[in-house]
Design a protein around this ligand. Structure first.
Ligand SMILES: [Zn+2]
Length: 75
C-alpha cells in the first residue's frame, strides 16, 4: 500500500463534511438580505431631489463618498 493510500485510509473517517442547508431555510434570509441590499443601493444611489423619502440632503451627504465610489452620477 502506498503512502498516499495509507494516509487516506487513516484519515478518511475524520474528514468533516459540511451539513447541507435546505433551500427552504435559506430562502427567507436570502430575501431579507437582498431587500436590505436593494434598500442600501437606493439610499446610496437614488435618494435625493424631488423623489426623496427624507426631506433635505442629509442622506445624500451622509452617503456621498459611497455614491462616488460606486460611480453614481452626482455633481
Ligand atoms: Zn458628489
Amino acid at each position: 500500500m502506498s503512502t498516499l493510500l495509507q494516509h487516506q485510509a487513516k484519515f478518511s473517517g475524520s474528514i468533516a463534511t459540511p451539513a447541507p442547508i435546505p433551500l427552504r431555510e435559506v430562502m427567507p434570509w436570502a430575501l431579507f438580505g437582498g431587500l436590505m441590499m436593494l434598500l442600501a443601493i437606493y439610499f446610496v444611489g437614488v435618494e435625493e431631489g424631488a423623489l426623496s423619502v427624507f426631506a433635505g440632503s442629509y442622506v445624500h451627504e451622509y452617503v456621498h463618498d459611497a455614491r462616488h465610489l460606486l460611480g453614481f452620477p452626482c455633481h
